[in-house]
Design a binder for this molecule. Structure first.
Ligand code: ADP
Ligand code: MG
Length: 681
């Protein structure tokens, strides 16, 4: 029997330095390299005629160098034009050397690879890979692209993985927890890492190859296995039983609220109260559309827990969201003389020391903050409830670690996880099989649904006029720039471009820009100032996605809307129409729009119900459509796609129930230790 060595450093070419870099990718033993799966593939197996390249495609093209000059735009760049008789395309370099410029200028035939973008000169590729006077013939198979990190390049990863594939060609090397007809695990790994020319390349590109299905099956099974273990572990734990019988504090809280709870909110509060009253830890997911009123649920439950003498931690993924909670909680809880502490990474020095001591002594009854709540020196007095908002920014590991922090004499704290991500009910059971689920399925009365229109980008001029009007009327506007996910840079460029365009077109109004490359402090300052109406228009990349609340912002424009998942569009749109006025959302798309894309945007136009949208999305997107990987954003999979793999879910649940504990552990070790997902179960 062939075996994989025990340690990474036992492999040729890996020393301690590389091993430590690999660990950043969640790779700590040789087997992890095998399960470090390609994110996607580059298809350099055929040359695409320039005339038939579509924006967004990653293509290999070849043509004659038609011109090559330095372009002086806002940013100096080198722009080379390639023609092949069917069309012309620009190759643009923002960073280039004199030598590179000379070489390209002199070049005859050039072969280039990269993503087609809409550039200033028409279709362009930014920083393409290229080859001057290429040798005839193209690559004979797909090139895998792996998640990589500083100091661990694609080439390095390929060179480390390839030799291991020979080792596992002996099927006894890696244990097959689950058999699947027609495809062994070893075979599946070989196919995805090193596709051969006779493998079904189309299927691989689409993610529908049996090898991908085989691996997805195991990954989903691993996910189920971890849920099972978590659940089992928790079932041995105790938790403080919270007396929820109308304490005077809770009564005063309810009397103070200036609105009537919806039926859904009442029901959910009941469900939570029943859990809290038990001496067993609650582990409950609260799903509710944006604006459905989850915060008051958290606050009300918090009051019950505080009335029983325990502390409550409220954790949000970003400073700005945490701050929003601070505002709401202060408004509701300060009149009850409940002590609130605020802890984020920005709280430092003496303030931090004081805050920590208030937390440890129990003087602080509610602690609101960000990841900073995980810090080692945060010691709770008696933590009874943890509320985690928008959980998909936190990994399983973080959830576990906070639970451990709160461990006290009466067991571990209860947990309430809140999310606005509308996951179709059919998927909830799989994603959250470790939790009980409560759903708020109605909005507070009197909300005016956001009205949405879908428009071609060619009407940008009209839209700018509309932005002008809205601002002149004292309203604020979001303009969201989106591009595909793996190019933050391009997204940022598009946003800078748009901000500049709007500043010029709207000299009377104040335009601000926020994007992911800013420091958190800068981001939250800009958001803060937008909230204070120091700006009229906020141009943003998708960083504003979650939870910001600016009631005076009622118009949102979303660029390239067809490129986003519906769930994400819905989240974004939820930022407007939060005040008393009606909200408007304009989805701009780049024509021509395909059938599916059109149907999807129509769903957005017709519905404002997140769950309905999610179900429709599921219905429209056929299996194999990888577009919406982010849809189920709460859990990141390496190869599984919940939409594509739906048909396997029932079987997976059944098989998971039959797994032994040791099988579970093997699967978890293999699949559940991504960089942020280092669950030690
Ligand atoms: P989300 O579920 O997106 O977190 P929030 O909790 O922020 O929503 O609630 C959105 C707004 O609706 C808040 O201003 C909140 O005070 C208000 N709200 C919550 N419940 C009700 C209700 N039953 N009636 C009227 N307004 C409500
Ligand atoms: Mg919220």
């Amino acid at each position: 029997m062939n075996t994989l060595p025990a340690r990474l450093t036992d492999l040729r070419g890996i020393g301690p330095a590389l091993a430590s870099k690999l660990s950043r990718l969640g790779i700590s033993i040789p087997e992890d390299l095998l399960f470090h799966l390609p994110l996607r593939y580059e298809d350099k197996t055929r040359i695409t005629p320039i005339g038939s390249c579509l924006i967004g495609d990653n293509v290999l093209i070849e043509g004659e160098m038609a011109a090559c000059d330095v372009a002086f735009g806002r940013r100096r760049s080198l722009l080379a034009y390639l023609s092949d008789g069917t069309g012309r395309i620009g190759l643009r370099f923002y960073h280039f050397s004199k030598a590179q410029q000379e070489n390209l200028k002199k070049a005859g035939r050039v072969r280039a690879f990269g993503e087609i973008r809409r550039g200033a000169s028409g279709p362009e590729i930014y920083h393409p890979e290229y080859q001057i006077n290429p040798s005839p013939g193209v690559e004979d198979t797909l090139t895998p692209v792996y998640p990589a990190t500083d100091g661990v390049t694609q080439t390095r990863l390929r060179s480390l993985i390839t030799p291991l594939l020979n080792v596992v060609s002996d099927p006894t090397t890696i244990s097959e927890i689950t058999q699947m007809p027609g495809m062994s695990l070893a075979q599946a790994l070989r196919v995805v890492h090193k596709p051969q020319p006779d493998d079904d390349i189309e299927a691989l590109l689409q993610g529908s190859h049996p090898a991908q299905k085989r691996l997805a099956f195991e990954e989903l099974l691993a996910h189920q296995a971890s849920m099972r273990l978590l659940r089992r572990q928790i079932s041995h734990e105790g938790a403080p039983a919270i007396d929820v019988r109308n304490s005077p504090l809770a009564n005063r809280f309810r009397d103070n609220i200036d609105f009537t709870l919806t039926g859904s909110q009442h029901r959910v509060l009941q469900e939570i109260a029943i859990d809290l009253a038990k001496p067993l830890p609650m582990f409950r997911l609260l799903q509710g559309d944006v604006g459905s009123g989850k915060t008051i649920i958290a606050a009300s439950s918090a009051v019950d827990v505080i009335a029983s003498g325990f502390q409550v931690a409220i954790m949000a993924p970003t400073e700005i969201l945490a701050e929003q909670h601070l505002l709401s909680f202060s408004q509701w809880l300060r009149p009850l003389q409940i002590e609130i502490a605020w802890l984020t990474g920005k709280v430092t020095g003496r303030t931090r020391v004081e805050t920590l001591s208030r937390i440890t002594s129990g003087d602080a009854q509610v602690i609101i903050g960000t990841h900073a709540l995980f810090a080692d020196d945060v010691i709770f007095h008696q933590l009874g409830l943890i509320v985690v908002d928008e959980q998909h920014r936190f990994g399983v590991q973080q959830r576990l670690s906070l639970r451990e922090k709160g461990r006290g004499a009466s067991g571990v704290p209860h947990q309430l996880i809140m999310t606005a991500t509308p996951i179709p009910r059919t998927l909830t059971m799989t994603l959250y099989s470790d939790m009980d689920v409560s759903i708020i399925d109605e909005l507070p009365p009197g909300r005016i649904p956001v009205s949405t229109s879908v428009m071609t980008d060619r009407r940008r001029g009209d839209i700018v006029a509309r932005v002008d009007q809205a601002c002149a009327a004292g309203q604020q506007v979001y303009w969201v720039c989106t591009l595909i996910e793996d190019s933050d840079d391009a997204e940022q460029q598009a946003a800078e471009e748009t901000a500049r365009m709007l500043s010029e077109a709207l000299p009377r109004h104040r335009v601000a820009l926020v994007h992911g490359r800013l420091k958190p402090q800068e981001k939250s300052d800009i958001m803060q100032r937008f909230r204070d109406h120091s700006f009229d228009v906020l141009v943003a990349t998708t960083v504003i996605e979650v939870g910001v609340n600016v009631p005076n912002a009622n118009l949102m424009i979303i660029d390239n809307a067809e490129r986003l998942g519906l769930a994400q569009l819905h989240q974004l749109r939820g930022r407007v129409g939060r005040g008393h006025d009606a909200g408007f959302c304009v989805l701009l798309y780049q024509p021509p729009l395909g059938q599916t894309a059109k149907a999807r945007l129509d769903v957005m136009r017709q519905s404002t119900d997140g769950f309905h949208i999610a179900e429709q999305d599921l219905a429209i997107r056929g299996p194999g459509d990888m577009l919406g990987e982010r849809q189920s954003g709460d859990v990141q999979f390496r190869v599984a796609d919940l939409i594509r793999d739906q048909d396997m879910l029932t079987d997976i649940r059944k098989r998971a129930a039959e797994l032994t504990d040791s099988d579970c552990r093997v699967l978890i070790a293999r699949w559940m230790k991504g960089p942020e997902n280092l669950a030690q179960v």
